[in-house]
Design a protein around this ligand. Sequence first.
Ligand code: HEC
Length: 285
Amino acid sequence: MIKRATLLIACLVLPASTLATEMNGIRYADYVGFETKWKLVTTRYRTDNRELRFVYANPIAAKAIEAGAKVYPKGAVFAKIAYLAQPDPAFESSLGPSQTRRIQLMVKDPQKYKEHRGWGYALFTHDGKVNPEPEKDQVNACSACHDLVPERDYVFSQSFNRHTAPAQLFQFDHVEVERSILPAELRGQVPETFSKLLMIKSQLTKSVFQGTLDELKPGLARLAATEKKAVVFLSDDKKKFSLVFPEDLTTDCDDEGAKGISLVSVTSLLDGRVNKAQFCQALAR
Ligand code: HEC
């Protein structure tokens, strides 16, 4: 009884911010407020889901990125915050950040994070919670994608003044496969009209989490629209996939004034969460 009373008091006096949430040895509470203290390194915008992203660097990382670092020193930290872009009600054509979607961190510590080439990765929801997927899966997936840029020490961002014209990020290698070789759960999602599909060949299939599937969707959609074929990204353990296919080869649509093709996307982590959506993909002009 006494114990319970003590516990209750402890809970009441602890302000919410000290109830630390932690991922991969990184405490959210240690980084709260970085947006006002650190240097804004770059910004990115994703058109398909209207997501605005801002990348901040702590003083160690900021100094290194400005100098065009090939290797970041211990103690460098990058933080990326993503918002949904929404019109300012006072001036409709001006879209601004609203509704924080998530916060991602990369902390350089070569000893502690040897397994992931010196970077500690962590992902938090807008209110500092961790996502339900196993931590190891998430961290491996972060690293698998950031491994695409070893020449920048696994950091995609470049400072504003060093920015080169952005190249297309994901140039997928792919092979054609028969529908029949796909695992049953995935096969069941592919309309029978597609006896063959394009399957992505990439190091990213090694480790996959929800974020990977989400980030890859625009690339898969571009490929599906230009090739007019079903395109699939399947994890090596065959448990997670992202599939995009033309809804109907004769259906045209309009994507904000540009002629497009109507696509269906299905993503699944095979844990009961199947996400299906229909959308219009503009064809390259
Ligand atoms: C499928 C690829 C992909 C995955 C998976 C991924 N990232 Fe990134 N990350 C990017 C790209 C591309 C950028 C550049 C900014 C942008 O486009 O938003 C980036 C930027 C970042 C940045 C800013 C520093 C930099 O490299 O530019 C941080 C921090 C970050 N990611 C953390 C994470 C964490 C933590 C995870 C896992 C939970 C993760 N990322 C998973 C592709 C990925």
